[in-house]
Each structure stands twice: as C-alpha cells, then as structure tokens.
Ligand binder design. Structure first.
Ligand code: ZN
Length: 212
C-alpha cells in the first residue's frame, strides 16, 4: 500500500485499471493512522516490481470519526468515483475496529478487504461477478454440465458416468437435462481440445527453437 499525500499529486487519467488481485484492506489503513476524516492518499499495487494499478482515496467523517472512504480511479480512461461507507464494531478486549460496507448492489456486507476490478467489492460480490463474466464459454459450459449432474443426484466429477433418472422425475425432464448436459460437455470438450492443440504447438515451437 502506498501512503497518504497531497490530493493534487494524483493524476486520475494516468492510472491503470485494477484487478481482482488488488486487495484494499481497511485494517491496513487504520493501523497506519490514515482512517481519519480529511486524510487523502494513494494506494498502489505492484507486480514483479512494477506498479500495475493505483487508486486515490479520501476519508470522510463526522466529529473525528471516519464514516466513509471515497475511492477515485480510472478504468479504461473512464473516471470512477465511489463512496464506501465504514462501520465500526467494538473489539472483545476494548477498542473498536473498522469495516468497509460493501457497496455492491443489494450487498452491504461488512468486509475487511475489498477486491479490485472495475469496482471495489467484497469477495462474495467479486466472486459472483467472476463467475458470470470472466470465465471462458467452455468453463461456463462445464459448470452447467456439473450443475445438471448434481441436480440428478450425481457428483460434479465428469469422469463418473452420467447419473440415471432419479425416481419421481419425468422422463421428458430427464431427457431434456441429459441433452443439455451433453451439449455443454461437448462445448467444454471442444474448448479443452483447442487449448491442448495450442499448447502442443507451443511446445513444438520451443523444442525447434532450442534445437537451433
Ligand atoms: Zn459485496
């Protein structure tokens, strides 16, 4: 994490987008004494010694207590400003600790850490977003095939035989689910094969280069 500094030193447009590995940790801010109203700062994330993303933040508060952190950063040249409310809870042995209140739609969970991406959200909100948007079509197809197997009383293990029709399930429903699962498995299989073919090509290319 970077440190607090002048708000003017932050150039919004110049910053890279953040990604899901960027952890914004409320305890870290608190420990360093930065969770006080009117404190501004920049937090940077590095990978391999290179700054890959950064956000600016400003703490808002009332009567000396921090009540929210306003985040500012740019994603794809577009400025994002978002206010993340803070919640304080009493600690068992005295004192109190801060939490982010996740700004995800319909969430509002208390979170010690928010994860980057287009927006900063709790692990759960980012997990759901990850599921639906970042997986490849083949991976989503595999997930669908696995859900159907589990619904039919089987397991998600694709090496096991396809589950038989459960008692009480209409034959038509079973046949429809089996067709959907089979199509999803084929879609996943095609992607996996294409990936393997690409991998083999890459290995051959490297072997040829080394032989030279
Ligand atoms: Zn959330």
């Amino acid at each position: 994490m970077g440190g607090p500094g002048s708000g003017n030193s932050y150039r919004w447009g110049a910053k890279a987008s953040t990604d899901a590995r960027d952890r914004f940790d409320v305890a870290g801010l608190y420990r360093k004494g930065w969770l006080r109203p009117d404190t501004v700062g920049t937090t940077r994330w590095e990978r391999g010694g290179r700054v890959t993303s950064a956000i600016g933040w400003a703490v808002a508060g009332e009567d000396g207590t921090a009540t929210a952190v306003e985040l500012r950063y740019a994603v794809g040249g577009e400025e994002v400003r978002e206010r993340v409310a803070l919640a304080w809870t009493a600690c068992h042995f005295g004192g109190r600790r801060p939490w982010f209140v996740c700004p995800g739609t319909g969430c509002g969970r208390r979170a010690a850490v928010l994860y980057g991406g287009r927006f900063f959200r709790c692990r759960r909100c980012q997990g759901l977003a990850y599921e639906s948007t970042r997986r490849s079509p083949g991976e989503r197809a595999l997930g669908k095939a696995q859900r159907i197997r589990v619904r039919l009383g089987g397991t998600a293990n694709m090496l096991e035989p396809f589950p038989p029709r459960p008692k009480g399930m209409h034959r038509r429903t079973y046949e429809r689910l089996a067709r959907e699962a089979s199509a999803a498995e084929r879609a996943y299989g095609a992607e996996a094969e294409a990936w393997l073919a690409g991998m083999e090509g890459e290995l051959e290319r490297r072997a040829r280069e080394e032989a030279r």
